[in-house]
Ligand binder design. Structure first.
Ligand code: DAH
Length: 345
């Protein structure tokens, strides 16, 4: 075949191939086949050497025309295919801005946090401020300075997790009383929400960790009536206007006198219905311990008990929450079951 015919055949084959090509990748294959270093055009032009001197320029010119045709066609086709691909891509990736958004899950405060906040809020309304202290506490603050020396039998009921001789996980929020009185001088009124620990086996009403809200008020002339007044207001604000409180004598080493405080049962309204499962027919439910701050606790913090007196109390948060919501098992609070937690939105 004459070289000019070969060039013509090449052009025909090329036009045919480009006419039906559907993708940029296939177009590239066509380019390599015809224009590549090892492609057909190069192969044909290698035969130029055998041509006569007259023929060579003509063939050269023709070859250039064909090369330009190939290059121009390829570039046009490439642009057309790319544009087509882009249009398709834009169509498939179109964002419908009117579509409803996907649901952003939102949470709520843990029921115990809510209850602690609610308890604190009542006392904030009575002029108390909020304080806190460490969960890893000194034995000295947790026990000794609350008049529970090393060999005191009451330590047994609050035995705890020790890190060493000195440090332990606090068994109650009462050590923050000491910390507060070291820092602030009377008149002072604080509530202290926080987590406490005891090595109790877990069951429906016990947990090795739970929460308390401690209260402390120290000033000149504070009496037991101030304690009763504050706690009556608290009980009515938190559990409802109709709620009454009663005090039973008790013993805590750091208060004198000491009491346990009951409220009228929120379930049976204090009627003492023998079938009431909340108070078991008692009509009353214990909610906290309290009393008048022992003079030695005051003097141990540099506060003169001849001038100042104070009251203190410790509220059990889990017990309070269980009473408020009718929760029968303390383990619900820590199971992290969303079906439980979502009920407190
Ligand atoms: N800390 C006591 C407990 O965990 C509760 C308590 C009783 C706190 C009497 C007080 C108080 O502040 O005055 O059992």
């Amino acid at each position: 075949m004459h070289i000019l015919d070969a060039l013509q055949a090449l052009k025909n084959d090329f036009d045919e191939a480009v006419g039906v090509v559907e993708s940029v990748e296939d177009l590239e294959k066509i380019r390599l086949t015809f224009l590549g270093k090892k492609g057909r055009l190069t192969a044909i032009l290698r035969g130029m050497g055998q041509l006569s001197a007259e023929e060579r320029p003509r063939v050269g010119q023709e070859a250039n025309v064909i090369r330009e045709h190939l290059e121009a066609t390829l570039s046009d086709k490439k642009e057309a295919l790319s544009r087509r691909d882009l249009v398709a891509k834009l169509a498939s990736e179109k964002v419908d801005v009117t579509m409803p958004g996907s649901d952003a899950p939102y949470g709520n405060r843990h029921p115990l946090t809510q209850v602690m906040d609610d308890i604190c809020r009542v006392f904030i309304g009575l002029g108390f401020s909020v304080a806190d202290g460490p969960e890893m506490e000194l034995d000295e603050y947790n026990f000794t300075r609350l008049r529970l020396p090393k060999d005191h039998p009451a330590r047994d009921t609050q035995d705890t997790f020790y890190f060493d001789q000195q440090y332990l996980l606090r068994t109650h929020t009462s050590p923050v009383q000491i910390r507060t009185m070291e820092k602030m001088k009377p008149p002072l009124r604080v509530v202290v929400p926080g987590r406490v620990y005891r090595p109790d086996a877990q069951d429906a009403t016990h947990s090795p960790f739970f929460h308390q809200v401690e209260g402390l008020a120290v000033d000149e002339g504070i009496t037991m009536r101030d304690l009763v007044g504050c706690l009556t207001l608290y009980a009515k604000a938190f559990f409802g206007e109709e709620t009454e409180i009663r005090l039973r004598p008790h013993h805590f080493p750091f208060t004198e006198p000491s009491c346990e405080v009951d409220i009228t049962c929120t379930n049976c309204g204090g009627s003492g219905d023998f079938e009431c499962r909340t108070c078991r027919g008692e009509g009353w439910v214990e909610v906290l311990g309290g009393g008048m701050v022992h003079p030695e606790v005051l003097s141990g913090c540099g506060i003169d008990p001849d001038i100042y007196s104070g009251f203190a109390f410790g509220i059990g948060v889990e017990r309070t929450a269980m009473g408020r919501y009718g929760i029968k098992d303390i383990r619900h609070f820590t199971d992290n079951d969303l079906r439980f937690l979502r009920q407190f939105r």
